[in-house]
Design a protein around this ligand. Structure first.
Ligand code: NAD
Ligand code: MN
Length: 366
Protein backbone atom coordinates (compact mmCIF):
# COMPACT_ATOMS: atom_id res chain seq x y z
CA UNK A 1 0.00 0.00 0.00
CA UNK A 2 1.53 3.29 -1.05
CA UNK A 3 1.33 6.29 1.19
CA UNK A 4 0.23 9.74 0.01
CA UNK A 5 2.74 12.43 0.95
CA UNK A 6 1.06 15.65 2.02
CA UNK A 7 2.78 18.99 2.61
CA UNK A 8 1.03 20.89 5.41
CA UNK A 9 1.22 24.70 5.46
CA UNK A 10 -0.93 26.15 8.22
CA UNK A 11 0.14 29.73 7.49
CA UNK A 12 -1.33 32.58 9.52
CA UNK A 13 -4.19 33.45 11.88
CA UNK A 14 -6.68 30.61 12.27
CA UNK A 15 -4.98 28.76 9.38
CA UNK A 16 -2.78 26.59 11.64
CA UNK A 17 -5.72 25.98 14.02
CA UNK A 18 -8.05 24.55 11.39
CA UNK A 19 -5.32 22.73 9.48
CA UNK A 20 -4.00 20.95 12.58
CA UNK A 21 -7.59 19.93 13.34
CA UNK A 22 -7.75 18.61 9.78
CA UNK A 23 -4.55 16.59 10.16
CA UNK A 24 -5.98 14.99 13.32
CA UNK A 25 -9.13 14.04 11.44
CA UNK A 26 -7.14 12.65 8.50
CA UNK A 27 -4.97 10.58 10.85
CA UNK A 28 -8.07 9.18 12.53
CA UNK A 29 -9.54 8.44 9.11
CA UNK A 30 -6.39 6.60 8.01
CA UNK A 31 -6.68 4.45 11.14
CA UNK A 32 -10.17 3.22 10.23
CA UNK A 33 -10.29 3.33 6.42
CA UNK A 34 -8.82 0.16 4.90
CA UNK A 35 -5.80 0.82 2.69
CA UNK A 36 -5.56 4.55 3.38
CA UNK A 37 -2.03 5.71 4.28
CA UNK A 38 -1.09 9.35 4.67
CA UNK A 39 2.23 10.94 5.52
CA UNK A 40 2.39 14.58 6.65
CA UNK A 41 5.26 17.02 6.60
CA UNK A 42 4.75 20.46 8.12
CA UNK A 43 6.21 23.71 6.79
CA UNK A 44 6.25 26.74 9.09
CA UNK A 45 5.97 29.24 6.23
CA UNK A 46 3.91 32.41 6.49
CA UNK A 47 4.05 35.77 8.23
CA UNK A 48 6.10 34.68 11.27
CA UNK A 49 8.59 33.12 8.87
CA UNK A 50 8.61 36.46 7.04
CA UNK A 51 9.40 38.37 10.23
CA UNK A 52 12.40 36.09 10.80
CA UNK A 53 13.63 35.70 7.22
CA UNK A 54 12.26 38.59 5.16
CA UNK A 55 10.33 36.26 2.88
CA UNK A 56 7.16 34.19 3.17
CA UNK A 57 8.86 30.91 2.21
CA UNK A 58 12.41 29.84 1.44
CA UNK A 59 13.91 30.60 -1.96
CA UNK A 60 13.70 26.92 -2.90
CA UNK A 61 10.22 26.54 -1.35
CA UNK A 62 8.54 25.45 -4.56
CA UNK A 63 11.25 22.88 -5.22
CA UNK A 64 10.65 21.50 -1.71
CA UNK A 65 6.93 21.15 -2.40
CA UNK A 66 7.24 19.69 -5.86
CA UNK A 67 7.65 16.06 -4.81
CA UNK A 68 4.54 15.97 -2.59
CA UNK A 69 1.27 14.43 -3.74
CA UNK A 70 -0.80 17.33 -2.38
CA UNK A 71 -0.56 20.51 -0.33
CA UNK A 72 -2.92 21.08 2.60
CA UNK A 73 -3.08 24.81 3.26
CA UNK A 74 -4.61 27.10 5.90
CA UNK A 75 -4.53 30.82 5.22
CA UNK A 76 -2.19 33.76 4.78
CA UNK A 77 -2.66 37.29 6.02
CA UNK A 78 -1.32 39.11 9.06
CA UNK A 79 -2.52 42.31 10.76
CA UNK A 80 1.04 43.75 10.71
CA UNK A 81 1.98 42.98 7.11
CA UNK A 82 0.56 44.25 3.81
CA UNK A 83 -1.88 41.72 2.34
CA UNK A 84 -0.35 41.91 -1.13
CA UNK A 85 3.07 40.87 0.28
CA UNK A 86 1.70 37.92 2.21
CA UNK A 87 -0.73 36.67 -0.45
CA UNK A 88 1.70 36.98 -3.36
CA UNK A 89 4.60 35.65 -1.29
CA UNK A 90 2.97 32.35 -0.45
CA UNK A 91 -0.49 31.36 -1.66
CA UNK A 92 -0.46 32.98 -5.09
CA UNK A 93 3.21 32.06 -5.53
CA UNK A 94 2.27 28.40 -5.14
CA UNK A 95 -0.98 28.49 -7.16
CA UNK A 96 0.57 30.35 -10.08
CA UNK A 97 3.97 28.66 -10.28
CA UNK A 98 2.40 25.20 -9.98
CA UNK A 99 -0.15 26.26 -12.61
CA UNK A 100 -3.09 25.17 -10.46
CA UNK A 101 -5.36 26.85 -12.93
CA UNK A 102 -8.64 25.31 -11.82
CA UNK A 103 -10.05 26.43 -8.51
CA UNK A 104 -13.05 24.31 -7.54
CA UNK A 105 -15.47 25.39 -4.81
CA UNK A 106 -18.46 23.23 -3.89
CA UNK A 107 -21.34 24.58 -1.82
CA UNK A 108 -24.20 22.53 -0.45
CA UNK A 109 -26.46 23.22 2.47
CA UNK A 110 -25.26 20.46 4.80
CA UNK A 111 -27.85 18.63 6.94
CA UNK A 112 -28.77 20.53 10.09
CA UNK A 113 -27.33 23.86 8.94
CA UNK A 114 -29.41 26.97 8.43
CA UNK A 115 -29.04 29.17 5.40
CA UNK A 116 -29.74 32.88 5.77
CA UNK A 117 -32.15 32.31 2.87
CA UNK A 118 -35.71 31.15 3.48
CA UNK A 119 -35.65 27.40 4.27
CA UNK A 120 -37.28 26.33 1.00
CA UNK A 121 -34.65 28.30 -0.94
CA UNK A 122 -31.67 27.32 1.24
CA UNK A 123 -32.43 23.64 0.63
CA UNK A 124 -31.93 24.17 -3.11
CA UNK A 125 -28.25 25.12 -2.81
CA UNK A 126 -26.05 22.51 -4.48
CA UNK A 127 -23.43 24.31 -6.54
CA UNK A 128 -19.88 24.01 -7.72
CA UNK A 129 -18.11 27.21 -8.63
CA UNK A 130 -15.15 26.87 -11.01
CA UNK A 131 -12.77 29.79 -10.68
CA UNK A 132 -10.10 30.59 -13.26
CA UNK A 133 -7.03 30.55 -11.05
CA UNK A 134 -4.04 31.62 -13.12
CA UNK A 135 -4.73 34.91 -14.87
CA UNK A 136 -7.59 37.39 -15.27
CA UNK A 137 -7.72 40.11 -12.64
CA UNK A 138 -5.03 38.38 -10.53
CA UNK A 139 -2.44 38.15 -13.29
CA UNK A 140 -0.23 40.54 -11.36
CA UNK A 141 0.30 42.74 -14.39
CA UNK A 142 0.28 46.47 -13.80
CA UNK A 143 2.30 49.08 -12.03
CA UNK A 144 2.61 52.19 -9.92
CA UNK A 145 4.21 55.44 -10.95
CA UNK A 146 4.64 59.04 -9.80
CA UNK A 147 4.36 58.06 -6.15
CA UNK A 148 3.18 60.84 -3.89
CA UNK A 149 2.48 63.27 -6.72
CA UNK A 150 -1.00 64.41 -7.71
CA UNK A 151 -0.53 62.48 -10.95
CA UNK A 152 0.19 59.24 -9.07
CA UNK A 153 -1.19 56.20 -10.87
CA UNK A 154 -1.87 52.56 -9.98
CA UNK A 155 -2.97 49.95 -12.51
CA UNK A 156 -3.95 46.30 -12.45
CA UNK A 157 -4.46 44.90 -15.92
CA UNK A 158 -6.83 41.96 -16.22
CA UNK A 159 -5.17 39.49 -18.58
CA UNK A 160 -7.22 36.97 -20.55
CA UNK A 161 -5.51 34.59 -22.95
CA UNK A 162 -7.10 32.17 -25.41
CA UNK A 163 -5.17 29.29 -23.82
CA UNK A 164 -6.12 30.30 -20.29
CA UNK A 165 -9.82 30.71 -21.05
CA UNK A 166 -10.03 27.59 -23.19
CA UNK A 167 -8.52 25.28 -20.60
CA UNK A 168 -10.69 26.47 -17.71
CA UNK A 169 -13.80 26.36 -19.91
CA UNK A 170 -13.04 22.76 -20.83
CA UNK A 171 -12.48 21.88 -17.17
CA UNK A 172 -15.81 23.48 -16.18
CA UNK A 173 -17.71 21.77 -19.02
CA UNK A 174 -16.29 18.36 -18.07
CA UNK A 175 -17.20 18.92 -14.42
CA UNK A 176 -20.71 20.14 -15.25
CA UNK A 177 -21.22 17.11 -17.49
CA UNK A 178 -20.22 14.77 -14.66
CA UNK A 179 -23.01 16.13 -12.46
CA UNK A 180 -26.61 14.93 -12.79
CA UNK A 181 -28.13 18.21 -13.99
CA UNK A 182 -25.51 18.86 -16.71
CA UNK A 183 -26.07 22.57 -16.31
CA UNK A 184 -23.37 25.24 -16.65
CA UNK A 185 -23.82 28.94 -15.93
CA UNK A 186 -21.10 31.15 -17.39
CA UNK A 187 -20.52 34.44 -15.57
CA UNK A 188 -19.24 37.46 -17.47
CA UNK A 189 -19.12 41.24 -17.51
CA UNK A 190 -18.65 41.78 -21.23
CA UNK A 191 -21.16 44.60 -21.31
CA UNK A 192 -18.76 46.87 -19.44
CA UNK A 193 -15.36 45.31 -20.10
CA UNK A 194 -15.17 45.10 -23.81
CA UNK A 195 -11.84 43.42 -24.55
CA UNK A 196 -10.79 40.66 -22.18
CA UNK A 197 -14.33 39.77 -21.18
CA UNK A 198 -15.44 39.65 -24.79
CA UNK A 199 -12.58 37.24 -25.56
CA UNK A 200 -13.70 35.22 -22.50
CA UNK A 201 -17.23 35.00 -23.93
CA UNK A 202 -16.05 34.03 -27.42
CA UNK A 203 -13.65 31.32 -26.29
CA UNK A 204 -16.05 29.85 -23.70
CA UNK A 205 -18.80 29.77 -26.34
CA UNK A 206 -16.50 27.90 -28.75
CA UNK A 207 -15.62 25.33 -26.10
CA UNK A 208 -19.24 24.74 -25.06
CA UNK A 209 -20.08 23.82 -28.68
CA UNK A 210 -18.07 20.64 -28.09
CA UNK A 211 -20.51 19.70 -25.29
CA UNK A 212 -23.95 19.20 -26.88
CA UNK A 213 -25.12 17.31 -23.79
CA UNK A 214 -24.68 20.38 -21.62
CA UNK A 215 -27.24 23.11 -20.96
CA UNK A 216 -25.38 26.43 -20.88
CA UNK A 217 -26.69 29.80 -19.77
CA UNK A 218 -24.99 33.14 -19.29
CA UNK A 219 -25.14 35.75 -16.52
CA UNK A 220 -23.62 39.15 -15.96
CA UNK A 221 -21.85 38.97 -12.61
CA UNK A 222 -23.98 41.59 -10.88
CA UNK A 223 -27.19 39.83 -11.83
CA UNK A 224 -25.64 36.51 -10.78
CA UNK A 225 -25.58 37.66 -7.14
CA UNK A 226 -29.34 38.19 -7.12
CA UNK A 227 -29.95 34.86 -8.87
CA UNK A 228 -27.93 33.07 -6.18
CA UNK A 229 -30.15 34.67 -3.54
CA UNK A 230 -33.54 34.52 -5.27
CA UNK A 231 -33.34 31.38 -7.41
CA UNK A 232 -30.64 29.15 -5.93
CA UNK A 233 -32.23 26.03 -7.41
CA UNK A 234 -31.69 27.31 -10.96
CA UNK A 235 -27.89 27.01 -10.57
CA UNK A 236 -25.62 23.96 -10.67
CA UNK A 237 -22.07 24.46 -12.03
CA UNK A 238 -20.73 27.99 -12.41
CA UNK A 239 -17.74 29.19 -14.44
CA UNK A 240 -16.33 32.61 -13.57
CA UNK A 241 -13.13 34.63 -13.71
CA UNK A 242 -10.57 34.77 -10.93
CA UNK A 243 -12.06 37.87 -9.24
CA UNK A 244 -15.73 37.24 -9.98
CA UNK A 245 -15.57 33.69 -8.63
CA UNK A 246 -13.62 34.83 -5.57
CA UNK A 247 -16.46 37.15 -4.63
CA UNK A 248 -19.30 34.82 -5.63
CA UNK A 249 -17.85 31.95 -3.61
CA UNK A 250 -17.76 33.87 -0.31
CA UNK A 251 -21.42 34.67 -0.98
CA UNK A 252 -22.05 31.00 -1.77
CA UNK A 253 -20.38 29.84 1.47
CA UNK A 254 -22.36 32.35 3.53
CA UNK A 255 -25.62 31.25 1.88
CA UNK A 256 -24.61 27.66 2.74
CA UNK A 257 -24.41 28.56 6.43
CA UNK A 258 -20.99 30.21 7.03
CA UNK A 259 -17.76 31.29 5.43
CA UNK A 260 -16.20 28.79 7.85
CA UNK A 261 -17.43 25.78 5.86
CA UNK A 262 -16.34 26.88 2.37
CA UNK A 263 -13.71 24.62 0.80
CA UNK A 264 -11.42 24.81 -2.20
CA UNK A 265 -9.30 22.67 -4.46
CA UNK A 266 -6.59 24.48 -6.44
CA UNK A 267 -6.02 21.89 -9.11
CA UNK A 268 -3.35 21.34 -11.74
CA UNK A 269 -5.49 19.09 -13.98
CA UNK A 270 -2.36 17.83 -15.76
CA UNK A 271 -1.18 16.42 -12.40
CA UNK A 272 2.36 17.44 -13.27
CA UNK A 273 2.60 19.30 -9.98
CA UNK A 274 0.87 18.92 -6.63
CA UNK A 275 -2.55 20.48 -6.22
CA UNK A 276 -3.39 22.55 -3.15
CA UNK A 277 -6.41 22.28 -0.85
CA UNK A 278 -7.59 25.01 1.52
CA UNK A 279 -10.66 26.41 3.22
CA UNK A 280 -11.84 29.52 1.37
CA UNK A 281 -11.75 31.77 4.43
CA UNK A 282 -8.80 33.92 5.47
CA UNK A 283 -6.86 34.39 8.70
CA UNK A 284 -9.88 35.69 10.68
CA UNK A 285 -7.94 38.02 12.98
CA UNK A 286 -11.03 38.63 15.14
CA UNK A 287 -11.10 35.02 16.37
CA UNK A 288 -7.43 33.95 16.07
CA UNK A 289 -6.14 32.10 19.14
CA UNK A 290 -9.57 31.82 20.74
CA UNK A 291 -10.06 28.19 19.79
CA UNK A 292 -13.45 28.85 18.21
CA UNK A 293 -12.61 28.74 14.49
CA UNK A 294 -14.92 26.47 12.55
CA UNK A 295 -12.76 23.62 11.20
CA UNK A 296 -15.44 22.17 8.91
CA UNK A 297 -14.17 24.08 5.86
CA UNK A 298 -10.76 22.54 6.31
CA UNK A 299 -12.33 19.08 6.78
CA UNK A 300 -14.45 19.45 3.65
CA UNK A 301 -11.31 20.55 1.82
CA UNK A 302 -9.52 17.44 3.14
CA UNK A 303 -12.29 15.38 1.57
CA UNK A 304 -11.67 17.14 -1.77
CA UNK A 305 -7.98 16.33 -1.36
CA UNK A 306 -8.68 12.62 -0.78
CA UNK A 307 -10.91 12.57 -3.82
CA UNK A 308 -8.13 14.13 -5.90
CA UNK A 309 -5.68 11.52 -4.57
CA UNK A 310 -7.97 8.76 -5.85
CA UNK A 311 -9.24 7.86 -2.37
CA UNK A 312 -12.96 8.15 -3.17
CA UNK A 313 -14.14 5.84 -0.39
CA UNK A 314 -12.20 7.77 2.25
CA UNK A 315 -13.40 11.09 0.82
CA UNK A 316 -17.03 9.95 1.08
CA UNK A 317 -16.50 8.62 4.57
CA UNK A 318 -15.10 11.94 5.76
CA UNK A 319 -17.95 13.88 4.12
CA UNK A 320 -20.49 11.56 5.76
CA UNK A 321 -18.87 12.12 9.15
CA UNK A 322 -19.05 15.90 8.65
CA UNK A 323 -22.72 15.61 7.69
CA UNK A 324 -23.46 13.36 10.65
CA UNK A 325 -22.07 16.02 12.98
CA UNK A 326 -23.90 18.94 11.33
CA UNK A 327 -27.09 16.86 11.15
CA UNK A 328 -27.05 16.21 14.90
CA UNK A 329 -26.49 19.90 15.53
CA UNK A 330 -24.85 19.31 18.92
CA UNK A 331 -21.31 20.34 18.05
CA UNK A 332 -21.55 23.45 15.93
CA UNK A 333 -19.14 26.37 16.24
CA UNK A 334 -20.37 29.91 17.02
CA UNK A 335 -20.45 31.02 13.35
CA UNK A 336 -23.04 28.26 12.79
CA UNK A 337 -25.09 29.31 15.79
CA UNK A 338 -23.59 26.82 18.26
CA UNK A 339 -21.11 27.10 21.12
CA UNK A 340 -18.61 24.32 20.32
CA UNK A 341 -14.89 25.02 20.21
CA UNK A 342 -12.66 23.87 17.34
CA UNK A 343 -11.46 20.93 19.44
CA UNK A 344 -15.00 19.75 20.22
CA UNK A 345 -16.08 19.89 16.57
CA UNK A 346 -12.92 17.96 15.67
CA UNK A 347 -13.55 15.29 18.32
CA UNK A 348 -17.17 14.93 17.15
CA UNK A 349 -16.11 14.38 13.53
CA UNK A 350 -13.44 11.87 14.60
CA UNK A 351 -16.04 9.96 16.65
CA UNK A 352 -18.44 10.02 13.71
CA UNK A 353 -15.78 8.53 11.40
CA UNK A 354 -16.06 5.27 13.32
CA UNK A 355 -19.80 5.12 12.82
CA UNK A 356 -20.08 5.91 9.12
CA UNK A 357 -19.04 3.83 6.15
CA UNK A 358 -18.05 4.92 2.68
CA UNK A 359 -21.45 4.84 1.01
CA UNK A 360 -22.56 8.37 1.80
CA UNK A 361 -23.05 11.01 -0.88
CA UNK A 362 -20.00 11.96 -2.90
CA UNK A 363 -18.76 15.52 -3.05
CA UNK A 364 -18.63 16.96 -6.55
CA UNK A 365 -20.24 14.55 -8.95
CA UNK A 366 -23.49 14.78 -6.97
P1 NAD B 1 -11.69 36.21 6.72
O1 NAD B 1 -12.18 35.06 5.91
O2 NAD B 1 -10.41 36.00 7.42
O3 NAD B 1 -12.80 36.63 7.80
C1 NAD B 1 -14.06 37.15 7.47
C2 NAD B 1 -15.04 36.89 8.64
O4 NAD B 1 -15.42 35.50 8.65
C3 NAD B 1 -14.45 37.18 10.01
O5 NAD B 1 -15.43 37.72 10.84
C4 NAD B 1 -14.06 35.80 10.52
O6 NAD B 1 -14.06 35.66 11.91
C5 NAD B 1 -15.11 34.90 9.89
N1 NAD B 1 -14.55 33.56 9.66
C6 NAD B 1 -13.69 33.22 8.66
N2 NAD B 1 -13.35 31.93 8.78
C7 NAD B 1 -13.99 31.44 9.85
C8 NAD B 1 -14.02 30.18 10.49
N3 NAD B 1 -13.32 29.12 10.02
N4 NAD B 1 -14.78 30.03 11.60
C9 NAD B 1 -15.50 31.06 12.06
N5 NAD B 1 -15.51 32.29 11.52
C10 NAD B 1 -14.76 32.49 10.42
O7 NAD B 1 -11.58 37.45 5.71
P2 NAD B 1 -10.89 38.90 5.90
O8 NAD B 1 -11.18 39.40 7.27
O9 NAD B 1 -11.30 39.66 4.74
O10 NAD B 1 -9.33 38.63 5.75
C11 NAD B 1 -8.43 38.50 6.85
C12 NAD B 1 -7.04 38.18 6.30
O11 NAD B 1 -7.04 36.93 5.62
C13 NAD B 1 -6.53 39.21 5.29
O12 NAD B 1 -5.15 39.37 5.53
C14 NAD B 1 -6.74 38.54 3.94
O13 NAD B 1 -5.85 38.95 2.95
C15 NAD B 1 -6.50 37.10 4.31
N6 NAD B 1 -7.17 36.12 3.40
C16 NAD B 1 -6.44 35.04 3.00
C17 NAD B 1 -7.02 34.07 2.22
C18 NAD B 1 -6.20 32.87 1.81
O14 NAD B 1 -5.12 32.67 2.32
N7 NAD B 1 -6.66 32.03 0.93
C19 NAD B 1 -8.37 34.16 1.84
C20 NAD B 1 -9.10 35.29 2.29
C21 NAD B 1 -8.49 36.26 3.08
MN1 MN C 1 -11.47 34.82 -1.31
Amino acid sequence: MSSHRIAVIGGDGIGPEVVEAGVQVLEALAAVEPGLALEFRRFDWGSDYYRRNGRMMPQDGLAQLESFDAIYFGSVGDPELPDDITLWGLRLAICQRFDQYANVRPTRLLPGLTSPLRPELGRQIDWVIVRENSEGEYAGVGGRAHRGLPIEVGMDVAVFTRTGVERIARFACDLALSRPRKLLTVVTKSNAQRHGMVLWDEVVREVTRDYPGLTVDWMLVDAMTQRMVNKPGSIDTVLATNLHADILSDLAAALGGSLGIGSTANVDPSSRRPSMFEPIHGSAFDITGKGVANPLGSFWTASLMLDHLGEQAAARRLMSAIETVTGRGEHLSPDLGGAAHTAEVTAAVIAALEGVNSTGPSRLAG
